[in-house]
Design a protein around this ligand. Structure first.
Ligand code: ZN
Length: 429
């Protein structure tokens, strides 16, 4: 792995600071030095002689994106039942394809919000780490641990059907499922304390797990050093998450004042990710080709819940809670690869500036991931995007794969800069 010097780039460092012209030196898999133009440091100058120089021609260099609510094994399914119907062999190959797609779209790290088969996330994470297949860094999750009749239970009494979740009832069953997931090697345990509007017998405003069940999984997560993530739309389920030390509260879309006060009281350790992408696409009728038209009950419902979500997220942001993009991409009408659309939702719906949205998807994502990623800073891992254009003015650029002219993960190019003029612009010294 040769050293790489990005010169003549405009740096968005991920911290929310204004972009500045400068140079970034990568040595091995880490960022060795960052310097503003005209303020080159001795560390940078020392490394220049041995580095491969990439002249960015004024393009933007920014940290790789972090997806806070990834479902690479959901494989753009048109319905939840389809996930259980897919045989493991096909499912593994498909998941591998979607993991690569995420990296192609500039996501250099994924925090999974549940796997669709017990070991899928784990196997894909391990293969990526071993260098066997291309893909982002990954935090592998368990199945959705849910209750009988909760989100993820697609079984019916009169027929045999595999589901994509694991149905548990009572603290003992939840504890056993959580311990098994830890044995198999997950990084994150996922629970479904609230329902969802797609589930006719456990709606979004219903809290279907009880305190003993959440406490049982929380104890397993704590004792084994795992993260705990929860699908929590209802206000009561958000409170339950705070009571039991859940690390990542997904949705929190129906949080009331008391729930938001409680989240604020633990803002130094908790993350909230509303997953606006799926609500937005569903409410806009983008699922029409799959039977979810704009006037379908679930679409009408999500229009309302999205309004509530916007109010809650604006309030939580104002209170200093870390709110992250990551929108449940992995369904047919909210497909994997579109994940950067969530940054647009943060700008258009929550009133974030583009730089604030980028910070949420990079620096804050890195804090959730728990590694030195998400910032362009000396000592940090070299996960970098070279972008043709200025995402600090227009985040929609980030959804266009062609505008990502280089993608570096862990100091290696997944996509190397190329094109006419390469010989002049990329010179080995
Ligand atoms: Zn999800």
């Amino acid at each position: 792995m040769s050293d790489v010097l990005f010169s003549n780039v405009t740096i968005i460092d991920g911290s929310g600071a204004a972009p500045f012209p400068g140079q970034v030196l990568v040595r091995g898999n880490r960022i060795e030095a960052v310097a503003r133009t005209g303020e080159e440091t001795s560390a940078l100058e020392a490394g220049m002689g041995r580095a491969r120089v990439i002249d960015g021609g004024g393009a933007t260099l920014m940290p790789g994106l972090v997806e806070a609510h990834a479902h690479v094994s959901f494989c753009d399914t048109p319905n939840l039942e389809g996930l259980g119907d897919m045989p493991p062999e096909e499912h593994t190959l498909q998941t591998m394809k979607f993991a690569r797609k995420m990296l192609d779209q500039g996501f250099t790290a994924l925090f999974s919000a549940a796997t669709a088969k017990e070991r899928l996330d784990i196997v894909i994470r391990n293969a990526i780490e071993a260098g066997d297949i291309p893909g982002p860094r990954m935090r592998a999750a368990s199945l959705e641990l849910t209750v009988t009749g909760g989100l993820g239970d697609v079984r019916r009494s009169h027929m045999y059907r595999e589901t994509f979740a694991q149905c548990c009832d009572g603290p003992d069953e939840f504890r056993k499922a959580a311990r098994t997931a830890c044995r198999e090697g997950v990084d994150t345990l996922k629970i479904n304390p609230s329902g969802d509007e797609f589930v006719p017998f456990a709606r979004a405003d219903m809290t279907v797990m009880n305190d003993e069940e959440v406490a049982a999984v929380a104890e397993v997560a704590r004792s084994r050093g795992k993260k705990l993530a929860a699908h929590s739309r209802s206000a009561e389920s958000v409170k339950m998450c705070v009571r039991h030390g859940v690390d990542v509260i997904y949705h929190a879309t129906l949080a009331d004042e008391e729930a938001m006060d409680m989240v604020e009281s633990v803002k130094d350790r908790v993350f909230v990710a509303p997953a606006m992408g799926i609500m937005y696409a569903t409410s806009r009728g983008e699922g029409a080709a799959w039977g979810i038209t704009e006037d379908a009950p679930v679409a009408l419902y999500f229009r309302k819940e999205l309004e509530s979500c916007i109010e809650c997220m604006k309030s939580l942001t104002k209170r200093g809670v870390r709110v992250l993009p990551g929108g449940d991409y992995g369904f047919a009408w909210n497909p994997i690869g579109n994940n950067a659309r969530d940054l647009e939702h943060f700008v258009n719906l929550l009133g974030y500036t583009p730089l604030e949205a980028i910070r949420a998807a990079t620096a804050l994502g890195g804090e959730l991931f728990g590694a030195d990623i998400g910032l362009i800073k000396a000592g940090y891992l070299a996960d970098l995007l070279l972008v043709d254009g200025d995402p600090s003015k227009d985040v929609t650029i980030l959804r266009d794969q062609d505008r990502l002219t280089a993608i570096m993960k862990d100091g290696s190019f997944h996509k190397a800069p190329e094109g006419p003029g390469e010989a002049g612009r990329v010179a080995a010294q």
